[in-house]
Design a protein around this ligand. Structure first.
Ligand SMILES: Cc1cc2nc3c(=O)[nH]c(=O)nc-3n(C[C@H](O)[C@H](O)[C@H](O)COP(=O)(O)OP(=O)(O)OC[C@H]3O[C@@H](n4cnc5c(N)ncnc54)[C@H](O)[C@@H]3O)c2cc1C
Length: 382
């Protein structure tokens, strides 16, 4: 109703969009309350998604992926947001972890890990944040010390999406603490049987209740030197800087879809709910608030669509991706808050999708780099 068809949403994407829509309606939406109660999706869901081709859609077929582009990823994340799901950590798994492996992995590493991520045999996570360092990644203390043909990995990570289910974790560690950004490397840890690796609590969050967010501990974990991403030490910071724009665009794509959905469910609600003998939509305040929300949705949609198109042609720069991230998440929070208000008390009841949308939205301004850090990045480009 609110949306025109995005220019990047070409007809060849219709089958994957329909597939994703059906998958989220059938395999995810009916189980949302259970996922929220157990704080993670069923492990089996990863296998199911892998079987139908919803994992790693933009990884080449040679490595078990779908052979598509970022547009295939974006379609799936939009459908997820439209289904109101915030449990299934596929954005991190397919859109982020798989792309680190594809972008920097040696041929052997790509063949070893990507097919297993695409099938759902492995769940992927990326562990940057530590209890003492989030925005300031150079402040991490996790250490990887070379010992013969292995690294000895020591440190603690927190807030890690897919943390309790991950079988493959890309760990950001210092291989040379004296070298600043050039002393950071990415080590791939296969958690199965890794001695000294321990998962901590699945953390209780304000929203995203079904999403598995955990602490991870590495106590002298011996990781084969062959698991150093790209095979060369000191590349971690550059790899992170190159991949973060896609992570931020994924957040923007999900945020605009969630924003549009919030407006849609609110329009439906105010047409049904009556007060003072008329429907809520009859009040000028309701009409003006929704007119503003619809405008915010349209403006944000145009910008995010433009960013997706630029990303597809390799022209999305880091500052523009940062703009898309802060803008779309900021608008999402503002609009969802207005929508909750129009629902009255029902907007505060968790059984109403708008209430869940409200609690799920808040973190979008925090993770993937906080919105303040986004503004720093943009300011540096001016
Ligand atoms: C649900 C969830 C899932 C997450 N998933 C992952 C994951 O999968 N992997 C992972 O590695 N991390 C993950 N994170 C961590 C997330 O990326 C960090 O929380 C985020 O980067 C902020 O770091 P911090 O929490 O340490 O906050 P801090 O860095 O301590 O920031 C606190 C405040 O200070 C502000 N601030 C900091 N530096 C500046 C500055 N230079 N200028 C202005 N303001 C500044 C920040 O904007 C913020 O408002 C997740 C977090 C959450 C909540």
């Amino acid at each position: 109703m609110l949306t025109r068809r995005s220019p990047w949403l070409t007809e060849d994407l219709d089958p994957i969009r329909d597939l994703a829509r059906t998958f989220f309606a059938k395999e995810v939406a009916p189980h949302q309350e259970r996922f929220a109660a157990q704080q993670h999706v069923d492990r089996e869901l990863w296998h199911k998604a892998g079987e139908v081709g919803l994992l790693c859609p933009s990884i080449p077929e040679t490595y078990g992926g779908g052979g598509g582009t970022f547009a295939h990823e974006a379609v799936i994340y939009q459908e997820q947001a439209r289904a109101g799901d915030s449990s299934f950590g596929i954005g991190v798994h397919s859109g982020i972890v798989a792309h680190y492996l594809l972008g920097y992995g040696t041929e052997e590493q790509k063949r070893r890990w990507l097919p297993r991520l695409a099938s759902g045999e492995l769940v992927g996570a990326i562990a940057m944040t530590e209890p003492g360092a989030g925005s300031d990644l150079q402040g991490i203390t996790t250490r990887a010390v070379r010992d013969g043909e292995e690294y000895v990995l020591t440190g603690a990570k927190t807030f890690i999406t897919n943390g309790s289910q991950a079988g493959l974790v890309i760990v950001v560690a210092k291989t040379d603490p004296a070298a600043g950004a050039r002393g950071v490397s990415l080590l791939v840890v296969e958690t199965d049987g890794a001695e000294g690796f321990r998962r901590g609590r699945v953390l209780h969050k304000v929203g995203l209740h079904g999403q598995d967010t955990a602490e991870l501990f590495f106590d002298d974990v011996r990781v084969p030197a062959a698991n150093l991403l790209g095979g060369q030490e000191g590349q971690g910071f550059v790899q992170l800087m190159q991949q973060l724009p896609q992570e931020r665009l994924i957040i923007a794509v999900s945020s605009i879809a969630a924003l549009e959905r919030a407006v849609e469910v609110t329009v439906d609600y105010v047409k049904q709910r009556k007060a003072f003998g008329r429907e809520l939509l009859g009040f000028q305040n309701t009409r003006f608030v929704l007119a503003e929300c619809a405008t915010e949705a349209a403006v944000t949609r145009s910008f995010v669509d433009d960013c997706v198109q630029r990303h597809l042609t390799g022209e999305l720069d880091a500052a523009t991706a940062a703009m898309a991230k802060w803008w779309s998440t900021d608008r999402l929070c503002r609009v969802v808050d207005e929508c909750v208000q129009l629902f009255g008390g029902y907007g505060y009841m968790t059984e109403y999708p708008i209430a869940r949308a409200w609690t799920d939205a808040r973190v979008q301004r925090i993770y993937g780099g906080t919105n303040e850090i986004m503004k720093e990045l943009i300011a540096r480009s001016l």
